[in-house]
Ligand binder design. Sequence first.
Ligand code: G6P
Length: 483
Amino acid sequence: MSDSDPQRADFVVVANRLPVQQSMSQGNEEWRPSPGGLVSALTSVLQSRNGLWIGWLGVSEHGDPPRTYEGIRLKAVDISSEEYENFYLGFSNATLWPLYHDAIRAPTFHRTWWQTYEEVNMRYATAAAEAVAPNGTVWIHDYQLQLVPNMLRELRPDVQIGFFLHIPFPPSELFMQLPWRREIISGLLGSDLIGFQVPHVASNFSRIARRLLGATGTDSILHYDGRIIRVGAFPITVDTAQIISMASDPKIRLRAREIRRDLGNPEVMLLGVDRLDYTKGIQQRLKAVTELYADGSLSGDKHVMVQVAVPSRESDAHYDLERHSLEQVVSEMNGDHSLVGSPVLHYLHQNLPFDELLALYLAADIMLVTPFRDGMNLVAKEYVTCRTDQTGKLVLSEFAGAAAELRGAFMVNPHDLEGIKEAIRLAMKAGPKEAKARMSRMRRKTLRRNVYDWAQSFLAALQQGSQDRTPTETHDASPSPSG
Ligand code: G6P
């Protein structure tokens, strides 16, 4: 492509995955939009800005992917099976993922994984450099692609570069373990704007950038290599309008009633919905609920729990192990406390369609979201958004990014079994008036912004940064919409 090539896009999104994925429908393979808020958040921005999305098709790759999705051009990055092992399962999900989530599992450091991470990041950067129009904008997403900003800057110094990290960024004590810590920070500093989910995580990054690479400036404006890099918190959220409209669909409401009936019309239905990941605290949560059955706070004829564990990263040994030990806890809980015909726990290791998840959210009395560490946790926000009648209670980990906004939840330390039990007891005891006050507080906060506002606020801060860019700038700026 030449510089004046009309095929070049003014706005390019670079993410590990493309917004479409292959799935089977009645024996046929078809392409469907990937689930999640990111796709819906970015679709309209991409459509209005001659946009293109660069990403990987995933492992179940057969046949040619579509060239466009909803009018957005797609550009696939190929990843070989060896790169899948080293880049995806290895450096992304066995080094960075555990390290960035409090080292809940020991991160593994391998030089060959790092080398492949660099190579694959360069492939994404090259694809972006080829695709973006002169002076265009590139928005890079998540921990799999932290070297892309600086690689792209070297290839295309004319473009505006934004980076958003969807997961937590660790405190210095943990980050410093990484043998390639300088390279990661320097990769990210290639951006004009670096966004994180919550302010203290953004500050972790800026402190490390000053300490390791000698960047100067404040937590929200760094000076490095003759450039200005803005750093801020942009808490991601859900498509509130879409969820509210689906939640009022009579079919989904009917399905919620059917679910309760199928569960035996319990007095209280507890619900957990998570990707099956060791960061989500699912086992600890189920152990707490099991103990509540054991001490008589819950009983098999009145209380029922549903736990959805969405299959994830199944070819990774840590995830396989987590599934097996989780299923041990599931069977102990049911074995010890179920009655004939009515298990206390309904465990679904399935990827349910979103309308079924919404019906579950609507059916539940108490939602349990207890990750050990989570960048944001959109399940909590989806649950709160769909409870349009202000009913329903939320037990929430204080270590989820969402805890900063959802102050009406029953907060727990997810490592503290007694604390989880107490929060569930309190949630059960809370009467309709208290529950409503808590839920409406959470809804007021959540409904203030939707995922389009999130994308727009990030892109506006990126644009603003490039307009204000002067090397002598000294004032502090707060790009954070959350303050
Ligand atoms: C988290 C990460 C995403 C990732 C998703 C699913 O939400 O922040 O970057 O895409 O998990 O994980 P997977 O490995 O299947 O892409």
